[in-house]
Unconditional design. Structure first.
Length: 202
């Protein structure tokens, strides 16, 4: 039944003479225009097909405010088997280290009383949401580290911002705050309109 409504097959059928006719229903000039108009949409489809589940999540969320068919935790777990649900981290003991991921929200930058810059945000994996703090100066593997510079290198200078899909590592502190040493953006391009093609490297 669906093949009867396959637009590509319909156009292919109409672009050839049928039932002994000398000419096709669609002229070659019109067919070329259709190909030209279709090309960028085909490119978007091919790019998004590489991350089909994440594409569904982002598009559904942008249109509906939530995703009904996908779960961001399950999507990330396929690439990061050791990540834990935020809901599990909230119930865990202070001082434990965790790897987790989800959608970044409530992003803001600030400076502590002692002059140490910080990034504060929340990460939501659809099981729950937790606050995350990344200090500019911190320790990583026992060494004093510029964590902003370290994370910029990990992210290829992609700026953290609301809506980014991230995976983070850090230690749980008081009041369910994670003191992170890594917040890594997932470098996955999902396009929702033709204009987005101009934003990616060709």
């Amino acid at each position: 039944m669906t093949e009867r409504y396959d637009l590509i097959k319909i156009i292919q059928y109409l672009s050839k003479p049928q039932n002994g006719a000398e000419k096709s229903f669609i002229k070659e000039g019109r067919l070329e225009t259709l190909r030209e108009k279709f090309a960028p949409h085909k490119k978007i489809f091919d790019l998004n097909s590489k991350n089909e589940n994440l594409c569904s999540y982002i598009v559904e969320k942008s249109l509906l405010g939530f995703s009904y068919s996908q779960n961001i935790f399950e999507i990330l777990k396929k690439e990061y088997p050791d990540i834990q649900k935020v809901s599990e981290i909230i119930g865990a003991l202070e001082g434990e280290n965790f790897t987790f991921g989800g959608e970044l929200t409530n992003y803001k930058e600030g400076k502590s009383k002692n002059g140490n810059k910080y990034i504060k945000c929340s990460i939501n994996d659809q099981s729950s949401q937790i606050d995350v703090l990344l200090m500019e100066k911190g320790r990583y593997k026992g060494k004093e580290t510029d964590q902003f510079e370290f994370n910029n290198e990990l992210n290829n200078n992609i700026k953290l911002q609301d809506g980014k899909i991230v995976v983070a590592k850090g230690r749980k502190g008081k009041d369910n705050i994670i003191f992170a040493n890594k917040i890594v953006c997932q470098d996955i391009k999902i396009l929702t309109k033709v204009g987005d093609l101009d934003k990616i490297k060709q």
